[in-house]
Write a protein that binds this ligand. Structure first.
Ligand code: SF4
Length: 189
């Protein structure tokens, strides 16, 4: 599912145009809090690797935010390793695969965590607010909430995708990186 390289200067625009809600939420929280806990760092970092952010750019991206909170030195000491590790550059040099929806949906975020799938893990109130922010309101939003109530989280995400892009997504959404590449395909048409 690896696509073309993306450039760090485009990342905010790509996030608002083409990230699924799970990644959008992590991205916004990182920009806001200058910090993410372990589960959020892995979920977002592997996704970014999958969309084509190079390791050097990933390190610069995480460092820019974490430096504002813990300082550059502590970032280099405590956090850079696991960023490189996700990219397969440390330890056993495993090339870790970005998480699919099923894995994200079945994760168990605790208080203060921001990973997981918002359709599964947000309260109704927070999910509705997030959907409003993405421009999905009214009847479209109610249809999304219907799927959520029936525990069809990926269908809820698919409906959101269709509402945002104004086109059908017949394959459905099963992977955040698939959401991203489908979105980019449509945006570039
Ligand atoms: Fe992310 Fe998948 Fe949940 Fe959509 S259904 S928000 S892509 S985990």
């Amino acid at each position: 599912n690896e696509s073309a390289e993306i450039s760090l200067k485009d990342i905010d625009q790509l996030a608002s145009n083409s990230f699924p809600l799970c990644m959008r939420h992590l991205f916004d929280k990182l920009r806001e809090d200058h910090h993410l806990k372990h589960g959020g760092r892995i979920q977002l970092n592997l996704f970014l690797k999958g969309v084509g952010l190079k390791l050097d750019d990933a390190l610069a991206f995480w460092k820019e935010e974490f430096s504002k909170k813990v300082g550059a030195e502590r970032f280099d000491k405590e956090y850079a390793y696991s960023i490189r590790h996700n990219y397969g550059k440390e330890g056993k040099r495993t090339d870790y695969t970005p998480f699919a929806c099923q894995k994200i949906i079945s994760s168990t975020p605790s208080v203060g965590d921001h990973h997981g799938c918002p359709y599964r893990h947000f309260s109704e109130e927070n999910l509705r607010a997030a959907l409003n922010k993405m421009g999905v309101g009214g009847r479209q939003q109610d249809e999304v909430m219907d799927k959520v109530r029936n525990r069809h989280y990926q269908l809820a995400c698919t409906l959101t995708f269709e509402a945002i892009h104004g086109t059908s997504c017949d394959t459905g959404i099963n992977h955040p990186n698939q959401y991203f590449s489908n979105s980019q395909k449509i945006r570039q048409e």
